[in-house]
Ligand binder design. Sequence first.
Ligand SMILES: Nc1ncnc2c1ncn2[C@@H]1O[C@H](COP(=O)(O)OP(=O)(O)OP(=O)(O)O)[C@@H](O)[C@H]1O
Length: 376
Amino acid sequence: MTIEIADLTRRFDRTEVLRGINLAIAEGELVALLGPSGSGKTTLLKIIAGLDWPDTGSLTVNGQDWLAKRAQDRRAGFVFQHYALFPHMKVRDNIAFGLTVLPRRDRPSAAAIRARVDELMRFLQISALADRFPAELSGGQRQRVALGRAMAISPAVLLLDEPFGALDALVRRDLRRWLRDVLETSKTTSIFVTHDQEEAFELADRVVIMGAGRIEQIGRPDEIYDHPATPFVARFLGLSVELPVRLRAGRVEAPGLDATALPRRAMADGPAMLFARPADLAPVPAQDGPLRVAAISSTGALLHVQLTDDGGLAVETEVPRRRGLHLSLGQRVTLRVEAGQVFRDGAPAETPAETPAADSRPVPLRYEHSSKESLR
Ligand SMILES: Nc1ncnc2c1ncn2[C@@H]1O[C@H](COP(=O)(O)OP(=O)(O)OP(=O)(O)O)[C@@H](O)[C@H]1O
C-alpha cells in the first residue's frame, strides 16, 4: 500500500507538534521514524492509525483519503509498547480477536479464522504458545503475539510504536532480527517509531529523522549515517565533536588538523564547521602539535582520549586500545580526521566533489590561525 502524507500539521494548545510533514512510503517498505523524545513521532503514527487528526494536510493510502475514514475502517495493525494483550484470552484467541470482531459480512468463518491463526503462529514461530495466557509469556513472547494479533487482519499498514522498548537488550536484538525476517517475507508496508538508532538502522529500508515536528532527513540508513544533512542530524547520530575549520579549494583545513582523508567538497572557500564522531578522530603524536592529551580512560577495547589546546578547547576521541597505547598524558598531538561532515551556516553539506581515492595528493597542514581560534 502506498502512503502519501502531505503538509501535515498538528498543534496542541500553542505547541506545534507537527510542522508540515511530507512523506511518501512505497508498497512493502519498512520505514523507521527516528528522533529524540517529543519530536512528534508518535503523533504522526497516531494520525496514520486514526487515533488523532491533523489540523491541516492530507493522508492518502493507495489513493484513498484516510482522513475521511474511521480508525476501524483503515485496516491498520498496531503494535505498541504498552498495548497489552487481553489477559483473559489465550494466545490463539488474542491473535484471532481482530478477525472475530469484523462486521458479519467481512468476517471469515470460524474454521477460516482458526486456519489463519494457525498459519500466522507457524509463520511467527509461536505455535507452541497457542494455549498459554499472556501472564504465562515472557515480554519478548508477548510482543511476538502482539505482532500476530496486528497481522491477523492482513493490515494495509503495520504501525509499531517502540515495540521492543520495554525489553532488555539481548531480547531486543533477537526480536529485531526476527521482525526483519517476518516483515521482509510478508512484505507488509510498515512504519515503526523508535529513538534507538541501532534499531532503526538495522531494521529499516529508509529512516526518517524527526526533530521538533519537522523531517530533518529521509534516506537509506547508510546514506544518513555517512552524510547527515543538517547539524541536528549530525549531532543526533553521534558526530559530537564540532570544530571550526576553513575550506580552501574544497579541502578542510585547521591548524594541527590533518583532514586529507576527507573527500573534497564542492563548496566555496571560507569558514565552516566540521562535525565528526570521536571514533573518526585519531590523535597523532607531534612535538609541535597544538593539542595535548588531557585524560585517557579505558572501556576495555577502546580508549577515550581527551585532548585540549592552550585555550581550554576539549576534543573527545575514541581510539582502539592497541592503537592508543603509545599515547601518554601531556603529550602533544595533531588530529587526523578519518570521516566527518562539513556544514556552512547550518546548511546541508554539499555532496563530495570527488572520492578521496581519486585524489590522494597530500595537502600540507596550515597553521595560519592561532590554535585557540581554530579548534574551538
Ligand atoms: N494529547 C496531547 N495533548 C497535548 N500535548 C501532546 C499530546 N500528545 C502529544 N503532545 C505533545 O506533543 C509533543 C510530541 O509528542 P510525541 O509523543 O508525538 O513525540 P515522540 O517523538 O513520539 O516522543 P517520545 O519518543 O517521547 O514518545 C510532545 O511535546 C508532547 O508533550
